[in-house]
Design a protein around this ligand. Structure first.
Ligand code: SAM
Ligand code: SF4
Length: 430
């Protein structure tokens, strides 16, 4: 989401006569787009600010801005002189940046953290810096109306709103004309996408949007993220099955395998419901990968709850997972009503067990592709070797293979000869 938002910020800045530099020492303004989901993410920004204070001593005219979720959450604290921040701009106030920068240039602190009920930045075309244009994000909704008890997102990104489907289709077609080969439709909970009044014939839900997008750009790969287990419908799965250009990968964050913990998290589903959704994926889509997010050590989590998470992971056989220790976020329901009572060492050891299990599941997932021929969209050169290309399969598995006659942006048939836990290694078939 922040990657997509940063491109909108660049667009707004360029429209107002600013240019981007890849060289931080050349910059007159540094805007740091931030995340507040875990304390760690915020700590990294504070470290970055401390380093920038030294840079500012040498270059007093340099303006430093904090934009995004941390700006929204910590406005006052960021405005204190010690922080060394000149601008504080929330995720719905980017249009105001040029004006705020003018204020900051006069030596005053500039701030706008107003949240909006409508802002979608729908009329702003994100700027793609990359020389090789292969894969792009299209934001289809902003904000979140769920109230997962651990999560700060609804407070910092405001209420859920969906983007006009006409605009989404125009974005996707523009990307196709620009030569992109893949788009990912993004939102905090894409399954609650809705345009028009619920129940009306003319209203559009995510399944219908996905169908329209896939049909309008048959030569583009389509991905989407994030799905919510409580809302993911069979209709979405059937749409995926209908269109060969929709990638067969679903990111379906489970968070915990214990129904008791899921209830405390206010996730709106049980362990059995989650398993039912996985069964639906397996029966409607033959070759779909499933990835997830897991939180270790949420409030009151017992060893039994933790074992429930491990057993659900095994049962599902996740292809990949993002795994985190629970991090209490001020202002959330969990912070006010529940005690963060799982000791740090226990959180750490449970997280390690989760990571170890996931590594073995990831290896298993990769080994299924051994000796198979898979279709790979080449995204870029491999970081390890100039001679290799790096790309992904429809299932979002990373593949590295010798470049040969192929170029970035090509769809290549690759035979898989080996793998690590994270990467498939193969050779092109033609
Ligand atoms: N909207 C998506 C969903 O509900 O699945 C995810 C959004 S959140 C930005 C990404 C992930 O961060 C979550 O799925 C969760 O695993 C993790 N997360 C959110 N709040 C957290 C917290 N307080 N501590 C640890 N992990 C957290
Ligand atoms: Fe946070 Fe839950 Fe919304 Fe995801 S669905 S952004 S975890 S509140």
């Amino acid at each position: 989401m922040n990657v997509a938002d940063s491109k909108i910020v660049v667009s707004i800045m360029q429209e107002n006569g600013y240019a981007v530099t890849q060289e931080i020492r050349q910059a007159d303004i540094i805007l740091i787009n931030t995340c507040s989901v875990r304390e760690n993410a915020e700590r990294r920004i504070w470290n970055r600010l401390a380093a920038l204070k030294k840079t500012k001593e040498k270059k007093p005219d340099l303006l430093v801005g904090i934009i995004g979720c941390m700006a929204e959450r910590l406005k006052e604290k960021l405005l204190e002189d010690e922080a060394g921040v000149d601008l504080v701009v929330g995720p719905d106030a980017y249009r105001d940046l040029p004006h705020l920068i003018s204020t900051a240039l006069t030596g005053q602190k500039a701030v706008n953290v107003m949240l909006s009920r409508e802002e979608m930045y729908g009329d702003i075309s994100p700027v793609y810096q990359d020389t090789q244009k292969v894969s792009a994000f299209v934001t289809i909704m902003r904000g979140c109306n769920n109230r997962c008890s651990y999560c700060v997102v609804p407070f910092v990104r405001g209420i859920e709103r969906s983007k006009d489907p006409e605009m989404i289709l125009a974005d996707v077609q523009r990307l196709s004309r620009l030569g992109f080969k893949e788009v990912t439709l993004i939102g905090q909970n894409v399954d609650s996408y809705r345009w028009g009044n619920r129940g009306r014939k003319s209203s559009l839900d995510f399944a219908r949007l996905l169908d329209a997008v896939a049909a309008s750009v048959p030569n583009l790969r389509i991905r989407f993220s994030t799905s919510h287990p409580k809302d993911m419908s069979d209709a979405v799965l059937h749409t995926m099955a209908t269109h060969s250009n929709i990638c067969k990968h679903i990111h379906l964050p489970v968070q915990s395998g214990s129904t008791r913990i899921l209830k405390l998290m206010n996730r709106g589903y049980t362990r059995e419901w989650y398993m039912d959704r996985i069964s639906a994926i397996r029966s409607i889509l033959s070759e779909c990968s499933v990835t997830t997010d897991i939180i270790a050590g949420f409030c009151t989590e017992t060893e039994k709850d933790h074992q429930d998470t491990l057993s659900l992971m095994k049962w599902t056989g996740f292809d990949f997972a993002y795994m985190f220790k629970y991090s209490e976020r001020p202002g959330t329901k969990a912070a006010s009503d529940l005690e963060d009572d799982v000791p740090e060492a226990v959180k750490g050891s449970r997280l390690n067990e989760i990571i170890t299990l996931q590594n073995s599941l990831s290896v298993k997932s990769k080994s299924k592709d051994l000796n198979r021929v898979v279709e790979v969209l080449a995204e870029r050169r491999s970081k390890r070797s100039e001679k290799d290309l790096f790309g992904r399969t429809s299932q979002n598995k990373v593949v590295v293979f010798p470049k040969g006659i192929h170029s970035i942006g090509d769809l290549v048939k690759v035979k898989i000869n080996a793998h690590t836990a994270a990467t498939l290694i193969g050779e092109a078939q033609e």
